[in-house]
Ligand binder design. Structure first.
Ligand code: NYM
Ligand code: MG
Length: 211
């Protein structure tokens, strides 16, 4: 029997929602469960586009809002071949941010939402989308935002609103205001039930995002 492909699990949320910690935990738990799993993070700051993005986020350079949006999208497109090969070889990927962040952050700055979606149309379609939802006051209580561009209360409020415009019924909403352990347990339970649902109906990989 052909080896089953890996799952593409996307984790989204505002800054300070605990995404990176929970992505690490999920990768560890899946591996402990015997599932070949890797963590992927967007933006990937190591590539040529990633370096430009990193410099922009650290406010070392300025770019037109449209231009940086397209760079974030290019940073995903250039990863698609390698990621699809991994998935087809049976590796499950936990992806810390994806095109939903791309659209939410740029449209929160005032760009047209439909325009923002366009460059990411046709990316790999996620199997599961988790959204770590955290109230802005809670996020600020957790030591406040960092120094990077976008890590500001007013913008983060807008970003959350934009995420909610993108959300559909398939999104798994996780209450990220709970303790780390409870969030981790909720994520694990959600992944287990998604896997049970997908079990016999898993489709070949599709480059179908927003099509
Ligand atoms: N971000 C991330 C975007 O504006 N567009 C994108 O397409 C992606 C993937 O970059 N504040 C923003 C969201 C974050 C910042 O991400 C860096 P992180 O996960 O905080 O390192
Ligand atoms: Mg951040």
């Amino acid at each position: 029997m052909a080896q089953q492909r890996g799952l593409l699990i996307v984790v989204e949320g505002c800054d300070r929602s605990g995404k990176s910690t929970q992505c690490d935990n999920l990768v560890t738990s899946l591996k402990q469960d015997g599932i070949d799993t890797e963590l992927v993070k967007f933006p990937d700051r190591t590539t040529q586009t990633g370096k430009m993005i990193d410099s922009y986020l650290q406010q070392k350079s300025d770019l037109d809002d449209h231009a940086i949006h397209l760079l974030f999208s290019a940073n995903r497109w250039e990863a698609m071949k390698a990621l699809s090969e991994k998935l087809n070889n049976g590796t499950t990927l936990v992806v810390d941010r994806y095109a939903f962040s791309g659209v939410a952050f740029s449209s929160a700055k005032g760009l047209d939402l439909e325009w923002c979606r366009n460059p990411d149309i046709g990316l790999l379609t996620p199997d599961v989308i988790l959204f770590l939802d955290l109230d802005i006051d809670e996020a600020e209580k957790r030591g406040g935002f960092g120094q990077e561009r976008y890590e500001k209360r007013e913008l983060q409020i807008k970003v959350r609103q934009e995420f909610m415009k993108l959300k559909d019924d398939s999104w798994k909403m996780i209450d990220a205001s709970q303790s780390k352990e409870d969030v981790q347990r909720d994520i694990w339970d959600t992944i287990q039930s998604s896997k049970a649902q997908l079990k016999d109906t898993i489709q070949p990989l599709q480059f179908n995002l927003w099509k």
